[in-house]
Design a binder for this molecule. Structure first.
Ligand SMILES: C[S@@+](CC[C@H](N)C(=O)[O-])C[C@H]1O[C@@H](n2cnc3c(N)ncnc32)[C@H](O)[C@@H]1O
Length: 188
């Protein structure tokens, strides 16, 4: 339900630059912590799964690291809006937006894969990525606050237990009202 609301807000906001700026402000410090946690550098190739109509995570990654970012979204309307936003901000050489499902995507070209909070079914998407990932790949998974877990697709405790040696839970210093932590998975 929260995911539908977020989608709706982004869809309405994406036509207005001051509102796009507002969205970016919300994500700026969260993305800063994610960049540090996954050690994202300018030469890394990034894939953001679930970019929405305003792909703030991708925008902030580019602004903060100058890396090349591909964004996928399952919703073609969101993809169209996101392409307009990227063009409006003059970031079309840095950000490419594609209509695709996270469950099917080929991650071969990427070093870092980022999963938005609203991605669903999250564990299936993560299974797909993990099974195809190679040494050095880092996967960032946004986790909702405990009280909001029922409103999102979640990773099961069984999955976390199974891959516990490769998963780190990192609480966010920046207190976003929906996110509690990120999980960082690294293929070693
Ligand atoms: C509303 S956005 C929020 C993300 C935010 N704008 C950002 O930059 O981090 C989340 C998007 O995830 C997309 N999504 C959900 N599940 C997905 C999946 N399995 N594969 C691709 N996109 C997905 C939804 O269509 C939605 O547009």
């Amino acid at each position: 339900m929260i995911s539908i609301y977020t989608k709706w807000i982004e869809r309405r906001f994406c036509k207005y630059e001051p509102l796009i700026k507002l969205c970016r402000l919300y994500y700026r410090d969260i993305v800063k912590e994610e960049i540090e946690a996954a050690n994202i550098r300018s030469w890394d190739k990034i894939l953001c799964i679930g970019g929405g109509s305003i792909p703030c995570t991708a925008i902030e990654i580019v602004r903060q690291t100058n890396a090349q970012v591909h964004v996928v979204d399952i919703d073609n309307n969101a993809v169209k809006c996101a392409r307009n936003v990227v063009a409006k901000l003059g970031l079309h050489e840095k950000i490419t937006v594609i209509n695709e499902k996270g469950q099917d995507i080929d991650i071969e070209p990427y070093d870092v894969i980022h999963l938005a909070l609203q991605v669903s079914p999250k564990e299936e998407v993560l299974q797909n990525i993990w099974s195809k990932s190679k040494e050095g790949n880092r996967i960032i998974i946004r986790i909702p606050r405990k009280t909001l877990k029922p409103f999102y697709s979640n990773i099961t405790d069984d999955f976390i237990k199974k891959y516990s040696e490769t998963i780190k839970s990192i609480p966010l210093d920046y207190k976003a009202n929906t996110m509690g932590a990120i999980l960082l998975m690294e293929k070693i």
